[in-house]
Design a protein. Structure first.
Length: 98
């Protein structure tokens, strides 16, 4: 994205700043209006990769856990975000659907 689109990326694979990654996790797992309220200060565009088992939706439970490690209101009372994810067949759990 940086090289081809001449745009700075937030998710560049750098893991040195846990709070940065947690903020990204919060943006990607929050309800849409809340996520927009946060991300509009960080980026002009948001690219979400969908359509396969390794897509951003499949990574959502992990992003929720990372975000929840700093912002513990992502999965209240559930430090491992075990209720944030998908049921078999790809149906989101109520927490994720929110």
């Amino acid at each position: 994205i940086t090289g081809i689109g001449n745009r700075t990326t937030i998710a560049d694979g750098n893991t040195w700043n846990h709070e940065h990654i947690a903020t990204l996790g919060r943006c990607l797992t929050s309800p849409e209006k809340e996520a927009h309220r946060i991300v509009r200060h960080l980026a002009d565009f948001v690219l979400i990769w969908t359509g396969g088992g390794g897509d951003d939706l499949a990574k959502s439970p992990h992003m929720a856990r990372i975000g929840n490690s700093v912002f513990n209101d992502i999965c209240p009372g559930d430090p491992t975000c075990s209720n944030f994810g998908f049921y078999g067949g790809g149906t989101p759990t109520p927490m994720m659907e929110e």
